[in-house]
Design a protein around this ligand. Structure first.
Ligand SMILES: NC(=O)c1ccc[n+]([C@@H]2O[C@H](COP(=O)([O-])OP(=O)(O)OC[C@H]3O[C@@H](n4cnc5c(N)ncnc54)[C@H](O)[C@@H]3O)[C@@H](O)[C@H]2O)c1
Ligand SMILES: O=c1ccn([C@@H]2O[C@H](COP(=O)(O)OP(=O)(O)O[C@H]3O[C@H](CO)[C@@H](O)[C@H](O)[C@H]3O)[C@@H](O)[C@H]2O)c(=O)[nH]1
Length: 332
């Protein structure tokens, strides 16, 4: 298929681009490099530097694209609380402009990066797609708004547009291609647990802070469902097929269905790196739910997806290999 990948210079988008290319698809990446990296775009992909809000229409015009995978977004929870305009414009306004371009140029498939943050504090665990959606921060609210917009555009298309929203839980790990450099998480402003813990092992920070040890969980630290980025990419390939099948809008969670605590993640990082990784207990982080674990039953039944890389040490080992490769690449 001829595919447009927005945000393909970012963490998840670059790994998915590598998988799409390996599966034989023809990929164009559209990215404004606001948080992404030009050298993360696999060389076999075409690259257009630009803002999705203003450039997507031109890129799609008359080119016969078979599908769009929309990863481009602002995605820092804390930043969304202090600067909501950046999120309502950068995520919602941008995505509506993309939907208009998809409709105008009759692109038949859309796969969207949604998030577990659309659910907010869950009432039951694991979280199914029928759980209440009550986001606790603007980031989650903007992603939920985009999901609603996609539902209405798909419904109004008379079957011309089929869409799948994939609600990722905690994406982690890195991609080891058979050729080319590793692809992984390389955020200038890093807030995610695993890369932060690994920065301690690299000697880039003295300790990791565990945000709260008095949560209602077995060891008092938060539980999250960590999913390997390669498993996530595999789901995108399946979602492309599903989006083309019968129009409409399908929403699927992507996670392993197992929660690991912050303490367990730190211990896994100690095992994998051999570094003692000092950890201190810090106050709770505002907006954090105690437990976020996915039921991915719908992705299994509707997409035929089965994650294969759920082992926490394996996920951390790939993230560690990537972190070390980046350090060597930077001349450290
Ligand atoms: N990483 C996770 O754990 C996680 C979890 C749930 C959902 N998601 C979603 O997955 C997607 C990818 O996340 P990521 O971690 O790879 O983030 P990322 O910041 O690494 O990648 C986002 C990419 O989009 C680009 N971009 C942003 N706004 C743009 C715009 N208006 N026009 C063109 N390019 C633009 C950035 O330059 C970057 O390359 C996001 O939509 C995010 O909300 C991520
Ligand atoms: O220095 C740190 C960083 C994080 N944490 C904790 O580690 C867990 C995971 O945090 P983080 O890696 O920041 O991910 P989340 O806040 O769970 O959010 C991610 O996972 C969500 C789905 O579960 C997605 O919606 C979001 O987009 C994505 O950023 C949380 O309990 C944090 O409180 C710490 O204790 N110390």
């Amino acid at each position: 298929m001829k595919l447009l990948v927005t945000g393909g210079a970012g963490y998840v988008g670059s790994v998915c681009t590598a998988h799409l290319l390996a599966a034989g698809h023809d990929v164009t990446v559209l990215d404004d490099l606001s948080t992404g990296h030009r050298d993360a775009v696999p060389t076999a992909a075409a690259f257009v530097e630009g803002d999705v809000a203003t450039a997507a229409d031109d890129v799609l015009n008359g080119q016969g694209f078979d599908g769009v995978l929309h990863f481009a977004a602002r995605s820092l929870v804390g930043e969304s609380v202090v600067d909501p305009a950046k999120y309502w414009h950068g995520n919602v306004v941008t995505s509506v402009a993309l939907l208009d371009a998809v409709r105008a140029h009759r692109v038949p498939r859309l796969v969207f990066s949604s998030t577990a943050a659309t659910y907010g504090e869950p009432e039951i665990s694991p979280i199914t797609e029928d759980s209440p959606t009550r986001p606790t921060n603007p980031y989650g609210a903007t992603k939920l708004a985009i999901d609603h917009a996609i539902t209405s555009y798909a419904a109004a298309s008379g079957g011309e547009l089929g869409a799948v929203s994939l609600r990722y839980f905690n994406v982690a790990g890195a991609h080891r291609p058979t050729d080319g450099p590793m692809l992984g998480e390389r955020h200038t402003t890093e807030t995610h647990l695993i890369p932060l813990v690994l920065q301690v092992a690299l000697g880039e920070r003295e300790h990791v802070s565990m945000f709260g040890d008095d949560w209602p969980t077995p060891d008092g630290t938060c539980l999250r469902d960590y999913i390997h980025v390669d498993d996530l990419a595999a789901a995108h390939l399946l979602a492309l097929d599903a989006a083309g099948a019968d129009g409409g809008h399908l929403v699927c969670n992507l996670g392993n269905g197992t929660g690991f605590s912050v303490r367990e993640v730190v211990e896994a990082c100690r095992r994998v790196t051999g570094h003692p990784i000092p950890a201190i207990v810090a106050p709770r982080r505002a907006g954090d739910p105690a437990v976020l674990v996915a039921s991915a039953e719908r992705a299994r039944t509707r997409l035929g997806w089965a994650p294969e890389r759920g082992d926490l040490d394996g996920i951390v080992a790939d993230a560690w290999a990537f972190a070390q490769a980046m350090r060597v690449g930077a001349g450290a």
